[in-house]
Design a protein around this ligand. Structure first.
Ligand code: RTP
Ligand code: MG
Length: 139
């Protein structure tokens, strides 16, 4: 059975460009409930740990640099079939390939700076949510 939670980050580019409100509006209008949320900034060590799975990829250094350059909005979201439905809502990793109306199509500039993160499995949603939030911060 599909899980009901996912984890997201509005990335530094989205925050810098003033898109927090519009993106959160699209997320909640699409049926996701906010379970936990905060403005925070990852350290280099945080980003290296969070993206450990990508450490051998050629873009790893760039990714860590980007994700630590300013604040992000971290949030846990709840909805039936949350992981899959949220990845549909954000669109393809490369905004040029993202479907019309998706968050990345509307707000992302490039494959590297692509406005928003969405967990890729129920297991990773739990790991990533717990990376950013303590139990008492989840509602
Ligand atoms: P995310 O984890 O952020 O939701 O994105 P995703 O699943 O669609 O993509 P993933 O393969 O997990 O890549 C993680 C993030 O790394 C950056 N990236 N840059 N320069 C590049 O070729 C490249 N490829 C990936 C993006 O920020 C991507 O979201
Ligand atoms: Mg991913």
């Amino acid at each position: 059975m599909a899980g009901n939670k996912t984890f997201t980050m509005l990335k530094p580019d989205a925050v810098e460009n003033g898109h927090i409100g519009a993106i959160l509006e699209q997320i909640t209008a699409s049926g996701f409930r906010i379970v936990a949320m905060k403005l925070t900034q990852m350290t280099k060590a945080d980003a290296e740990k969070f993206y450990d799975i990508h450490k051998e990829r050629p873009f790893f250094g760039e990714l860590v640099e980007f994700m630590t350059r300013g604040p992000i909005v971290a949030a846990i979201l709840e909805k039936e079939n949350a992981v899959e439905d949220f990845r549909t809502l954000i669109g393809a990793t490369n905004p040029e390939e993202a479907a019309e109306g998706t968050i990345r199509k509307k707000y992302a500039a490039s494959i590297g700076e692509n406005a928003v993160h969405g967990s890729d499995s129920d297991e990773n949603a739990e790991i990533e949510g717990s990376f950013h939030f303590a139990g008492r911060e989840k509602f």
